[in-house]
Design a protein around this ligand. Structure first.
Ligand code: ADP
Ligand code: ZN
Ligand code: ZN
Length: 741
């Protein structure tokens, strides 16, 4: 190392290496312009990359002659403020993920590509002032150009104009048709801020809060400007969202911003509409359906303080805020807050870390809090705010176990459940059947020779989808047509084993032909807008029986549903994953919470082969808290989280040996680092040994002390990068893993 006259730039480059890269400053750039957080265009491996400046330094470990010069400075002011830069650097260390890739998550696509971070606007289309839509012209247009006609008619209904988001449901290329209308002068395109929705009405007040809600709001807002974690633990319908809205109002009144994180499927148009209606300033919404331009727009509005409220899914935790006031994580137990690939962060956990670094409160809300959060609340690390009853007059549903042993099951439905369905339907109630398995059946087998429809790339059966006569692998996406005969012996006697939602729908249709059935799962909602159409159908009463997977468990309320059938509770009781029973209980209660209102409380029937299972009994008889306590005792005994901390090293390769060889070397390397207080388990083959054509294995690290685990990880990750056997596998490190395969 030697002193240099011009500064060395430490740049986070999007590359899979756990380090930053050094460059000389671009030509004609002064030292004052080199603020951390600005984007810099750099040469990297023969290509050009957009990196982020982390810091400048006087020296570099790269020899003078080999230091490359950066190509250009892209910003005059940092795109990422210092607090975000610090948070991302922290996250990169905590999750042991390359800082360059971590920073990618903090930037909208357009900024990653090097586009300018300019003022947020969106295009709004309006009917041109002079354009006439007399019936004759329109009739002609309908003949000649039906798409243009349709657009003109929508615009006619919207004097304030419409933006791209409002056309996003259309299945055809509306932009081309709109461009032609603009060319012809019939439509005008304007730009405006992406935030102000046309015709947004003034804020409407919510219901007066009940005592529990008031206490929760007072507790959460008592120390704005100080770090505290509040666990808002309230049954479904207890008015948690009203509590959030009241907290947000107070935060806005102090001229600060609120960031609200919700699970992917919880971010419904209904939720956004509710926030929009109740708050005076329109929220910036960040979700996966946005165009790159819309996303940049919302992101900049948040960063520059133009948006007082930001609502988003997992990655929104990285949205910079000019004046952060509170973070809210709704359904904090939801696994979708944990990213399961690449940069494996937990948005909930990062929200807490960010709140601590910022010095503001964070509110975690759930009807079924994670064991991690309950554990922290029990140890007084979190303030525990409880909403024990449903708001308004609605009463909670009653849960009952339905012992299905020895009972005939017609297409997954036992006779007592069918009777209950008939009873509720004749009383004009709606019925919701929940089964967390889509398709017709999880297995297709030949009754004559035993052939089973297996995936060629994974060690698993393919799911039978009868409607399309296809076998589909739900793990790798492979699919193939099913012949009427067995591919091995030619027998026509192919039978399905087990049930999925498609079969439930069919069997209910056969058994209760007089009622309309609506199925909601990933297959039935694949097309854009399908989910909303199906939900509307249910809400308007044009569907008495609702069959669905966990897609129906969140965010939606079905007030006319009086009976919920949980078709298979056993899935979660005996699983290799230690979190399976926690998930099952959460899903059962979430689904149960969809039902019932004041005058018609819901009934919940849970089909099981293990009616006496102690966890199920605790859940049914004593409720979620008793269940969680029993489960926590189990975790304590077995030393699983939250009573210990885990990291999982996964490896996969086309051959069986390579992952095990790498993991063995990884284990030796950990042992050589004197892993005091950390236990190593493995290498073991993954529960699904082969997936998408690759063999998988893993090594589990476990420790009672987080610090000990992280001390080891910090020294181990660079050692792993250096392992030769690592080049023959794809490997990843998962800190605080949520899935154990
Ligand atoms: P959660 O988010 O806990 O599921 P919500 O905030 O969505 O609960 O409230 C459930 C229903 O109860 C909503 O229709 C809401 O408007 C209503 N509600 C909430 N708080 C009150 C209250 N204090 N008085 C009357 N109705 C309320
Ligand atoms: Zn056969
Ligand atoms: Zn597969």
């Amino acid at each position: 190392m030697r002193k240099r006259t011009s500064p060395v730039l430490q740049v986070a480059v999007p590359a899979p290496l756990r380090r930053h890269f050094d460059y000389l400053a671009p030509p004609n750039v002064s030292e004052q312009q080199l603020t951390p957080g600005v984007r810099i265009k750099v040469p990297f491996g023969g290509r050009t990359h957009v990196g982020v400046l982390l810091a400048t330094s006087d020296d570099s470990s790269v020899p003078a002659g080999r230091l490359k010069r950066a190509m250009a400075l892209l910003d005059t002011t940092p795109v990422l403020p210092d607090d975000m830069l610090q948070l991302m650097t922290w996250a990169s260390t905590y999750y042991q993920h390359p800082v360059g890739e971590v920073l990618q998550h903090a930037l909208p696509v357009l900024l990653r590509q090097g586009r300018s971070a300019s003022a947020p606007t969106v295009t709004v289309w309006r009917l041109a002032a002079g354009s006439t839509l007399d019936p004759d012209t329109m009739a002609q247009l309908h003949q000649r150009a039906p798409r243009q006609a349709a657009l003109l008619e929508s615009l006619q209904q919207a004097p304030d104009g419409l933006n791209a988001a409002q056309f996003s449901d259309l299945q055809w290329d509306w932009r081309a048709a709109m461009a032609r209308l603009v060319d012809k002068g019939q439509v005008e395109a304007h730009t405006r801020s992406c935030l102000s929705e046309p015709g947004a009405a003034a804020a409407q007040p919510g219901p007066p809060l009940n005592d529990h809600q008031q206490a929760a709001v007072a507790a959460a807002t008592g120390h704005l400007g100080e770090f505290e974690v509040c666990l808002l633990d309230g049954v479904t319908g207890s008015g948690k969202t009203e509590v959030y809205l009241n907290i947000i109002e107070q935060v806005i009144a102090q001229d600060r911003q609120a960031l609200v994180l919700v699970p992917e499927i919880g971010l419904t148009p209904q939720l956004v509409a509710r926030f929009r209606k109740r708050l005076a300033s329109p929220p910036a919404v960040l979700h996966s359906g946005l165009t790159d331009q819309e996303r940049l727009c919302a992101w900049l509005a948040a960063r520059d303080g133009e948006a007082s409220v930001v609502i988003g899914t997992r990655s929104a935790v990285f949205t910079p805020l000019a004046r952060p006031g509170v973070f809210i994580v709704d359904e904090e137990h939801d696994v979708s807050f944990k990213q399961q690939e690449g940069f494996r962060y937990s948005a909930r956990d990062l929200a807490i870390v960010r709140a601590r670094r910022t010095g503001i409160p964070v509110v975690l809300g759930s009807a079924t809090p994670s064991l991690e959060s309950l554990h922290n609340a029990a140890r007084a690390r979190y303030r525990h705010l409880i909403l024990p009853e449903r708001a308004g007059a609605a009463r909670p549903p009653a849960l009952h176990v339905l012992d299905v042993r020895h009972r005939p099951m017609a297409g997954g439905i036992s006779a007592p459940l069918l009777e209950a369905m008939q009873r509720h339907l004749t009383q004009a109630g709606q019925v919701l059947l929940f089964l967390n398995r889509r398709g017709y059946a999880p297995t297709l087998i030949c009754h004559d020779c035993g052939w089973v429809g297996s995936c060629h790339s994974c060690v698993t059966h393919m799911t039978f989808h009868q409607g399309e006569r296809r076998l589909r692998c739900h793990h790798c996406g492979a699919e193939r047509k099913v012949d009427v005969q067995c591919p091995d012996c030619g027998s026509p006697d192919l039978r399905s084993l087990g049930v999925g939602t498609e079969q439930i729908e069919q069997s209910v249709r056969e058994q209760l032909p007089d009622f309309v059935i609506v199925r909601i799962d990933r297959d039935s909602t694949r097309r854009k807008g399908a989910m909303d159409r199906l939900l509307t159908q249910v809400h308007e009463g044009h569907g008495q029986i609702l069959v669905g997977t966990q897609m129906i468990a969140k965010g939606h309320h079905f007030p006319n549903v009086t009976l919920v059938g949980v078709l298979d509770a056993d899935q979660g009781l005996y699983s290799a994953d230690f979190r399976a029973s926690e998930r099952m209980a959460q899903l059962i209660l979430q689904v149960a919470g969809r039902a019932g209102r004041a005058e018609r409380p819901g009934e919940v029937l849970i089909q099981t082969h293990h009616p006496d299972h102690p966890l199920l009994q605790a859940l049914i008889n004593d409720g979620y808290h008793a269940f969680a306590e029993a489960l926590l005792a189990e975790r304590e005994e077995t030393s699983f989280p939250p009573c210990s901390h885990l990291a999982l090293l996964r490896a996969e390769a086309p051959g069986r040996e390579a992952p095990l060889v790498f993991l063995e070397a990884a284990r030796e390397s950990a042992e050589a680092l004197a892993a005091d207080g950390v236990s190593l388990f493995g290498p073991l083959t993954a529960p699904m040994e082969r997936r998408a054509g690759r063999y998988r294995a893993q090594l589990l690290l476990q420790s009672d002390q987080r610090a000990a685990l992280h001390r080891l990880l910090a020294r181990w990750a660079p050692a792993l990068e250096a392992l030769k056997s690592g080049r023959r596998v794809r490997w990843s490190l998962d800190v605080d893993p949520m899935e154990m395969f």
